[in-house]
Structures are given as structure tokens and as C-alpha cells.
Design a protein around this ligand. Structure first.
Ligand code: GLU
Length: 307
């Protein structure tokens, strides 16, 4: 019997999953399954310019190959546009959005000036209160505006199940891009709520997005899931794992997928190096309190192109 609620993995099909992504997926799966939650698969494919069907197919194959499974059909964000549009409309109807015409370069420039409690790189509010004449001028320029949330410099705090208390002042972030595509920070919240996701387990690189997402959930009156941001796998040089580090994908490796699963489990202290494991065995051993806090550096020898 499942408990009510669900966990999920939500890959973007813009490239191959690397070992770090697979390890995050494994942790999300272990976390949900060990709590007898449903586990959902959601393909975050809104960014048409970067998404490739081949990557979606390969990502799902790779996840299955290491032994992960999920409940129900795969959800695709590209098929759920009305949900995001309705959420954007609801925010707009309440006067919570404004048009932003800034280019990236303009934002970089403006954001480098000191601006109070906002984190570095945050949107400084250039378009928040454009005088009517300037707004008309900007609209006439032909540039389609992005829509930003009036975040009102809200401070959002939450308890990360892995990392403890965390909080930030939320900037006026984009909810709909200039090309009309709903932004990740909006879509992910709408989906998690609509799909009944109660726990989000994802890479620590997304920790800084969470206050924004919790603000969206609050403004839309949606339930908020718990969050656990899990440590990343790093390349030998300490930077985020990437293709240039060597054999970082399942397909680039000579071992069988089950051996890759074993190697990932070993980095989590769930298996001895070289020990054969199955997801079911890892489930028995899994203790969320013992997931490492620190990122793991992969040794250069591990990444030598093989096969
Ligand atoms: N699609 C996002 C990514 O691949 C992850 C979204 C999430 O887990 O919230 O980075």
C-alpha cells in the first residue's frame, strides 16, 4: 500500500544524464520508495530550442537501465501548457506581474550595483515601475517582454531536510520568458502541486531556486512540498561533473548499468566498492539521515573513457 503523496524526478531532455544526475535520481527514488510514496517521472521539456526527443528517450532508458521505476505514465511539461498559462493569468489578474524589457546585458549591468538585501545577480527591479510614457516606448520597440513577479522583497525561509534551515529574499524573477515560455520556477511549482508531489529531492545546485518556488506556491495557494537538496558529484577538478571530465554517462562507460548502480551506491555509503547490488537491496539499506552532506569528487581514474 502506498502512503498518500509522491516523490519525483524531473529531468530536462537537453543533454544526456551524467552520473551525478543518475545519483540524484537514485536518491529521489530511494527517498520516495522507502517512505512508500508514489514516484513520478516528469520530463521538463518546455524549452523547445534546447530539448531533443533523443535525449528524453535516452534519459528514460538510462534510468530504467539502472533499475529505477516510476508510477503511471511519464508527464511532459510541453503537454501541460494550459496549467502554467492559468497560473500566470491568476497572478496577472491580481496585479502581481509586470512586463520586463531588459536584455541580459542590461540586467548584468544594473545588478552589479549594490541593491540592499537581494543576492548578487538578482533582478534589481528596473522595469518594476516604468513611467507610462517609457512603457509605451518600450512596447513600441517590438521586443516582447518577459513577465516578472512583484515579489515585494519577500523573505522566504524553509527547512531543507538535508541541509537544514535556509532562506533568502526573493527578487522579481521571471515567470514567463520573453518568448512566451513559462519559466522553470513557475512550471515546477504548478506541476508539483497538480501531481500531488509531497517531497522534492533534487540536486543541491537548485537550492537557490527554492525560495522563489515557495513564494509562487504561496501566492497561488498551493500546497508546499518538503525539500531535500542532495550533494552533487563533482569532477576531479572540483567543478560540476560535465562531459569534458570523461566517461560521465552510462553510455560512455564500459561497465553494465548494474555495476554503475553499484558504483553510485558506493559513493553514498550504501555498498562496498565492486559489490553487486540491486535497487531493492539499496532500499533496505537506505537511511535518509545518512546521505552525505558534502559533494563527492569523482577520481580521474573512474572517468577514463572505457569501452
Ligand atoms: N528539470 C530540472 C533540471 O533538470 C530539475 C527540476 C527539479 O527537480 O525541480 O535541472
Amino acid at each position: 500500500m502506498s502512503a498518500p503523496g509522491a516523490g519525483r524526478f524531473a529531468p530536462s531532455p537537453t543533454g544526456s544524464l551524467h552520473l551525478g544526475n543518475l545519483r540524484t535520481a537514485l536518491l529521489a527514488w530511494l527517498s520516495a520508495r522507502s517512505a512508500r510514496l508514489r514516484f513520478l517521472m516528469r520530463v521538463e521539456d518546455l524549452d523547445e530550442g534546447r530539448v531533443r526527443p533523443r535525449f528524453e528517450r535516452e534519459q528514460l532508458e538510462d534510468l530504467r537501465a539502472i533499475g529505477l521505476d516510476w508510477d503511471g505514465p511519464v508527464a511532459r511539461q510541453s503537454e501541460r501548457r494550459e496549467l502554467y498559462d492559468a497560473a500566470i493569468e491568476s497572478l496577472a489578474d491580481r496585479g502581481l506581474l509586470y512586463e520586463c524589457f531588459c536584455t541580459r546585458a542590461e540586467i548584468r549591468e544594473a545588478a552589479s550595483a549594490p541593491h540592499g538585501p537581494l543576492a548578487e545577480g538578482a533582478y534589481p527591479g528596473t522595469c518594476r515601475a516604468l513611467p507610462a510614457a517609457r512603457l509605451r516606448e518600450r512596447r513600441a520597440s517590438g521586443r516582447t517582454p518577459a513577465l516578472r513577479l512583484r515579489a515585494g522583497a519577500a523573505r522566504i525561509d524553509f527547512e531543507d531536510r538535508r541541509l537544514g534551515p535556509h532562506g533568502a529574499v526573493v527578487d522579481d524573477f521571471v515567470v514567463r520568458r520573453g518568448d512566451g515560455v513559462p519559466a522553470y520556477n513557475l512550471a515546477v511549482v504548478v506541476d508539483d502541486a497538480a501531481q500531488g508531489v509531497t517531497e522534492v529531492v533534487r540536486g543541491a545546485d537548485l537550492l537557490e531556486t527554492t525560495p522563489r518556488q515557495l513564494l509562487v506556491a504561496r501566492l497561488l495557494g498551493l500546497a508546499r512540498p518538503t525539500h531535500a537538496h542532495v550533494p552533487l558529484l563533482l569532477g576531479p577538478d572540483g567543478s560540476r561533473l560535465a562531459k569534458r571530465h570523461g566517461a560521465v554517462t552510462l553510455r560512455a562507460r564500459a561497465e553494465a548499468p548494474a555495476e554503475v548502480l553499484g558504483a553510485l551506491a558506493a559513493t553514498l555509503g550504501l555498498a562496498d566498492v565492486g559489490e553487486p547490488v540491486t535497487p531493492a537491496l539499496l532500499l533496505v539499506r537506505f537511511d535518509p539521515a545518512r546521505v552525505p552532506r558534502e559533494a563527492t569528487r569523482v577520481s580521474p581514474a573512474t572517468l577514463e573513457a572505457e569501452g
